[in-house]
Design a protein around this ligand. Structure first.
Ligand code: FES
Length: 104
């Protein structure tokens, strides 16, 4: 199991156990994080936006052009923003910290 740490929009820090191979979005939803993830992971909504802690960003993997285009529509975009339905959980991400932007 891999630990992921979410910081909710209200500042609460929540550590959850994640199964390798799942997407970070699936883990967030399973743990009732405040995230819409409206398209269910089909890269069509940008409501699974997370801001990855700087030191972890490089470990989250390649960003596709489609993800980049969609990210441009996300509110509060930063240089470490990702759409977390595109991040697969693995041992490498054990301890990763992400901030959830406020839901609109
Ligand atoms: S859930 Fe819609 S883009 Fe990730």
């Amino acid at each position: 199991m891999t630990a992921l740490i979410f910081i909710k929009p209200d500042g609460e820090k929540v550590t959850v156990e994640a199964t390798n191979g799942a997407t970070v979005m699936e883990v967030a939803k399973e743990n009732d994080m405040p995230m819409l993830a409206a398209c269910g992971g089909s890269l069509a909504c940008a409501t699974c936006h997370v801001i990855v802690d700087d030191v972890w960003y490089d470990k989250t993997g390649e960003i596709s052009e489609d993800e980049e285009d969609l990210l441009d529509t996300a509110h509060g975009l930063t240089h470490t923003s990702r759409l977390c339905c595109q991040i697969k959980v693995s041992d490498e991400l054990d301890g990763m910290v992400m901030t959830l932007p406020p839901m609109d």
